[in-house]
Design a protein around this ligand. Structure first.
Ligand SMILES: Nc1ncnc2c1ncn2[C@@H]1O[C@H](COP(=O)(O)OP(=O)(O)OP(=O)(O)O)[C@@H](O)[C@H]1O
Ligand SMILES: [Mg+2]
Length: 297
């Protein structure tokens, strides 16, 4: 008698620490269908980027993963999100407990609270509770972002845009995420600060945290990430290794422009510059992306 066929479970091991989004359909109310069947994977330890112009559905995708969609009156109509082999059901607290933490678009720090209190808020969302754990988490964040240590008692709203982005990332790190969801961390920042934020993202990843990075700044995102997806009107138009995407003619024409090199934004009151990118140009939508569908490297 032959031994029972040993059916290894091929999915079990590769799923460890992996984010798997499958066929996600999301709507807001009855009239706005924001995602039409989006699938993507973030393997453990990787950086995966999602590019796309305004309204493409990038933030919606992150909200569906972090379980914050309901706060925006959005609903998952079809599809699933799994992290580490466990299905995330759209509950924000459960996503955080599973190790999935989002840094929302526009930072959303508590401007009237001190830097320290903002960090404490990030810790409260995590499963850990003791004062010693809080202190240890805060010291780790201060080591990563020395400027936050210097400003620890200052009202967060008084800091520059770049410092506020660091605080938003620090607050998320307080929950010791296994997967960090970053929604346009470069938005509104001057080129030097964009580079600093890029370095920090790389450092966080090197410490073992996987990253799903949403960006309109395609040059930054493709440089940082291993793989990338291009979203357009709620669908993935392109997916591939970031180096291949960066070399593709259509991506270069539509998403990578001179602006990344020259940083042509106008400085704002903080000394941060509005950071224009080719991706935000209106020409991104339209027939060009249909052509992009042919590229399948
Ligand atoms: N709370 C909401 N209620 C209704 N419609 C919404 C809501 N949030 C987003 N939408 C719509 O869903 C679609 C996708 O929006 P989303 O914010 O996900 O795009 P995005 O790619 O993040 O854009 P941006 O680059 O401008 O941040 C858009 O048509 C948008 O108008
Ligand atoms: Mg957005």
């Amino acid at each position: 008698m032959s031994p029972p066929e040993s059916k290894a479970e091929p999915e079990a091991e590769p799923e460890a620490g992996t984010l798997r989004v499958s066929d996600l359909h999301v709507s807001y109310g009855r009239s706005v269908q924001a995602l039409h069947g989006v699938s993507l994977t973030v393997p453990q330890g990787r950086i995966v980027a999602v590019l796309g112009s305004n309204g493409a559905g990038k933030s919606t995708l992150l909200r569906a993963v972090s379980g914050t969609l309901a706060l925006h009156r959005g609903t998952v109509e079809r599809g699933t999100v799994h992290f580490d082999g466990v299905r995330l059901s759209g509950d924000a607290a459960r996503s955080v407990a599973a190790g999935v933490v989002q840094v929302p678009e526009g930072r959303r720090i508590f401007g009237a609270l001190s830097v320290e209190d903002n960090l404490r808020a990030g810790f409260l969302g995590s499963a850990r509770r003791s004062r010693a754990e809080l202190r240890a988490a805060r010291e780790r964040v201060f080591a990563q972002f020395p400027v936050l240590a210097e400003r620890r008692r200052q009202a967060a709203g008084l800091m520059s845009g770049g410092e506020q982005q660091m605080l938003a990332m620090g607050r998320a790190l307080m929950a010791a995420p296994r997967l960090l969801l970053l929604d346009e961390p470069s938005l509104g920042l001057a080129p030097l600060m964009v580079r600093r934020i890029s370095e920090i993202i790389r450092e966080i990843n090197a410490q073992g945290t996987s990253i799903l990075l949403v960006e309109q700044n395609a040059a930054m995102a493709l440089e940082l990430s291993d793989r990338a997806s291009v979203l357009d009107v709620g669908q993935v138009r392109l997916e591939g290794a970031s180096a291949d995407l960066a070399a593709a003619d259509e991506v270069r024409r539509l998403y990578l422009g001179e602006t990344y090199e020259t940083g042509c934004g106008a400085p704002d009151a903080d000394g941060d510059a509005a950071y224009a990118t080719a991706a935000s140009a209106p020409s991104v939508t339209g027939p060009g992306l249909t052509e992009l569908g042919r590229w399948n490297g």
